[in-house]
Design a protein around this ligand. Structure first.
Ligand SMILES: Cc1ncc(C[n+]2csc(CCOP(=O)(O)OP(=O)(O)O)c2C)c(N)n1
Length: 625
């Protein structure tokens, strides 16, 4: 598909690309009119840019559209999906007739792109994320020593998003010269003109200050577009930004450059006038035969040999956050696809163990969590197995990116350290008390919460094998080793570290609260009461039937205890799983953090906020009455 020549594009090439642009614009208008919804004017401003990218600059095989050997494209302004679908159809990924099924229930060509189709690596449409995905694809290509180039189309309205500038900093810092941004600066947003409208110099300065090679062009002048794409390709040592001045609705004077046409399809009469204005009669598109172009199967994490078993001296106390670092390093030795990104906390989350061992597969994400998650989506789209870490509380500022990663069917692994009040002195701004709820609500996620170093290591290995979004919640305090190195931790699953035929109550905890539950069991035992203790290392999914058996054995009496707010946490997860298994407990108490915490020693806080052994003992007594 690549026809770049050092002498620049020939007149014949320019004419060919102009014709392609005309078709992309017309198909975008036709498909949105047929759908009765969509964003034709947002497609029309980008038609010449898209034609230049797809039919001039990109190395692209329509039969293998997500190939690591070829170039990649990310439509950051996802609402312009029809122009992308039109380009993919013109390139031969599916027939043009399929574009006309846009937004239909039975079509994989959704209102905004998703990787359900070939040629799309990430879901876009929540604006501001595509440049980070492109940066992930580009840095992944560099790790592979591949000559893949990555093209990202941005809208000017979406450039108000902070994440765009996180991504630009990242790309500039890492000198990603295989990454080209093309900004479609049409000066209009959804409800108003954009902040800088056609002030091209402001955009240029912004990208320039981040280390990009920049140039401003007329985005409807095909010769200028192709020449800029040529120069971008020839640029070494820095990413490039082509800032294209465009007109929203270009090619149809009734709407071009006018407010009030964002996200509005044209009537049939308008469509006919628009096509006539673009110099022709409507192309004849045959009825779509209904064949699906769904991308199946979607990529899964590559298999790898088992790493050596974790080794810890008997009696040692190790924080689960530190065990995560050991696990990553062990994984790195047996799985070359594992990569890690950390947001300036690698010495707290311990991913530095991996980074020190495998510097070529570790990437400093700096303090830019949104960018980190979407970079991870880009890395995963290249077949990497990304582990992305920060303090658990800071994942919340990238929640939309995690949500979009799920829509992207991305295989990414998140580690959140420093969960709960047990972090102690740093105070509530650093304590994650919402993360279980947040991550449980992500489609296809696994939520893992280990209580000792061995389970942390084994669960980290499981994450590298499991498709979808995996979240590992690690703790700051050092805790005792509970399991032998050969213990298995299947998903779903739990462990029962204390049990007897005399157990009166089942206490379910995880992480720091499991250790409190074990203390409570010892205290109660000395008072003549036996309890069952469950280590719920996997909070999602839960095997409700198996859990129900345990609780049934203790007369249906249940106490849950968690270092998290009550809403959406371990307790609610357990109750839901039991209810679904048709075995709601007869008597229960849910212990969770019961007030706004503040600084203090971990033990003081765990006790003051209602989740220590003392509170578990009280709760056991209450449900036993
Ligand atoms: C994060 C986010 N906020 C709001 C929207 C709703 N929205 C969709 S398109 C759009 C305007 C986009 O403007 P621009 O990036 O300039 O694109 P174009 O003008 O080319 O359509 C808005 C606000 C969204 N999709 N994502």
């Amino acid at each position: 598909m690549s026809v770049t020549s050092p002498a620049g594009p020939s007149q014949a090439t320019v004419e060919t690309i102009k014709q392609k642009a005309r078709l992309l614009s017309i198909y975008s208008m036709m498909s949105t009119t047929a759908a009765g919804s969509g964003h034709p004017t947002s497609c029309m401003s980008a038609a010449q840019l898209m034609a230049g990218i797809f039919f001039y600059a990109m190395k692209f095989d329509p039969k293998n559209a997500n190939s690591n050997n070829d170039d990649r494209f990310v439509l950051s302004k996802g609402h312009a999906a029809p122009v992308l679908y039109s380009a993919l159809a013109e390139a031969g990924v599916f027939p043009v007739s399929r574009v006309m099924t846009l937004r239909e229930f039975s079509s994989e060509l959704e209102g905004h792109p998703t990787p359900r189709i070939h040629g799309v690596d990430a879901a876009t449409g929540s604006l501001g994320q595509g440049l980070s995905v492109g940066a992930g694809l580009a840095i992944g290509a560099r790790m592979d020593k591949s000559d893949t180039r990555v093209y990202v189309l941005l809208g000017d309205g979406e450039m108000a998003e902070g994440q765009i500038w996180e991504a630009a900093e990242f790309a500039g810092h890492y000198k990603l010269d295989n990454l080209t941004v093309i900004a479609d600066v049409n000066a209009l947003g959804q409800s108003e003109p954009t902040m800088y409208q056609h002030d091209m110099e402001t955009y240029r300065k912004k990208f320039d200050s981040e280390g990009f090679a920049t140039e401003v062009i007329d985005g409807h002048d095909v010769s200028a577009v192709l020449a800029a794409l040529d120069r971008a390709k020839a640029t070494k040592g820095r990413p490039q930004a082509i800032l294209a001045r465009t007109i929203k609705g270009h090619g149809f004077a009734e709407v071009a450059g006018k407010m009030g046409w964002h996200g509005k399809p044209f009537s049939k009469e308008q469509l006919a006038r628009a096509i006539a204005e673009q110099g022709g009669t409507p192309p004849v598109v045959p009825p779509d035969p209904g064949k699906s172009y769904e991308r199946k199967p979607l990529p899964t994490p590559p298999d790898f040999p088992a790493p050596p078993a974790p080794e810890y001296e008997a009696g040692k106390v190790v924080a689960t956050r530190e065990a995560y670092g050991f696990a990553l390093k062990r994984l790195g030795a047996v799985n070359p696809h594992v990569v890690a990104v950390s947001c300036d906390v690698k010495n707290s989350t311990f991913s530095e163990f991996f980074g020190d061992a495998y510097p070529d597969r570790f990437c400093q994400g700096y303090i830019a969590e949104q960018n980190m998650i979407s970079v991870g989506v880009g890395l995963a789209a290249r077949g990497k197995v990304p582990f992305l870490d920060t303090f658990a509380c800071f994942h919340s500022r990238a929640y939309d990116q995690v949500r979009m990663a799920a829509i992207s069917r991305a295989n990414i692994n998140l580690c959140g350290s420093h969960c709960g009040v047990s972090i102690g002195e740093d105070g509530p701004s650093q304590m994650a008390l919402e993360d279980i709820a947040m991550m449980r609500a992500v489609h296809s996620s696994a939520v893992l919460y280990p209580s000792d170093a061995i389970s942390t290591e084994r669960l980290t290995e499981t994450m590298a094998r499991r498709p979808g979004i995996n979240y590992l919640r690690t703790s700051r305090p050092k805790t005792a080793i509970l399991y032998s190195k050969d213990e298995k931790f299947p998903l779903p699953g739990f462990k029962v570290p204390r049990q007897s035929a005399q157990d009166k109550v089942t206490v379910v905890g995880a992480g720091i609260t499991l250790h409190e539950a074990l203390k409570a069991a010892d205290q109660l035992k000395s008072q003549g009461t036996a309890i069952r203790v469950i280590d719920l290392y996997c909070i999602k999914p839960i095997d409700g039937k198996a859990l129900a058996e345990q609780i049934k054995a203790t007369g249906g009496r249940l106490v849950t205890v968690e270092d998290h707010w009550p809403e959406g946490g371990l307790g609610e997860a357990v109750l839901t799983a039991l209810a679904e298994a048709g075995a709601a407990p007869s008597k229960f108490k849910l212990l969770a953090v019961n007030g706004m915490p503040h600084s203090g020693k971990p033990d003081e806080l765990v006790d003051a906020f209602g989740i220590s052994a003392r509170h578990i003992v009280d709760a056991v007594k209450k449900v036993s009455q």
